[in-house]
Every structure is written in C-alpha cells, then in structure tokens.
Design a protein around this ligand. Structure first.
Ligand SMILES: [Zn+2]
Length: 120
C-alpha cells in the first residue's frame, strides 16, 4: 500500500483521514485555501494594474503617436498618470528593440528617460 502525503505540509497522511482527502488535517486544508485566495487576489490585482497601464499608454498613443507627430515621449507622461513600471505581461522584440508588453500596446523605456510605444 502506498503512503500518501499531505498536499500542503508534505507529512504522511494519518490513516484516519478519508482516502479522498488531500490534506492531513483541517489546518492544512484551510491554510491551503487561504493561500490560494491570496494568490487569486494578487493575480486579479496585477490584471487590474495591467489594464490600467494599457489605458494610460493607449491615451498617450492616441494623443501623440498615432498622428505621427513624434515617435518618443518623455517618461514623465507616464509617471504623471501613475503608470506602474513593474507590471507588464511579457517582453517582445519589435523592430530590433526589446519592449515590455501590456495588453494592446508595448513600450520601451530608454536610459535617457524617453519612451517608445507600439500598438500590437
Ligand atoms: Zn498537512
């Protein structure tokens, strides 16, 4: 007979536990549930910020870049709208430049504090 271990703490399952149970005790069950709720909240919050960032970039893109007045904007344009630099969905190479992906837009912050925005 194989020994089963708790999916939360890794301890051996007591024989008294129902064979369908994944946790050794109520504490492990609730701790796991609580952690998953925290993870879900964190993920929802990141998605919310990602959408927020994307909307900021969209507004700037429509205001300046779509009309081809300029290719680069100052990072201050994003900062004054409370852009969150740490939240993005991934990285892509566009025209040989590494850009951070949001949802419908991507951007690159250059060391001289200018920003290039691309519509994806
Ligand atoms: Zn446990």
């Amino acid at each position: 007979m194989e020994t089963r271990t708790c999916a939360y703490c890794g301890d051996d399952m007591p024989n008294s536990r129902n064979k369908n149970s994944r946790y050794c005790c109520h504490e492990c069950y609730y701790e796991n549930k609580k952690n998953r709720a925290v993870e879900t909240n964190k993920q929802l919050n990141q998605e919310r910020i990602l959408l927020f960032n994307d909307k900021i970039v969209e507004a700037i893109y429509e205001q300046y870049l779509e009309k081809k007045y300029i290719l680069y904007i100052s990072s201050i344009e994003l900062i004054k709208n409370n852009f969150n630099w740490s939240i993005y969905s991934g990285e892509v190479m566009i025209e040989g430049i590494k850009a951070k992906k949001l949802l419908r837009y991507a951007y690159t912050l250059f060391t001289n504090q200018t920003v290039r925005i691309w519509k994806l």
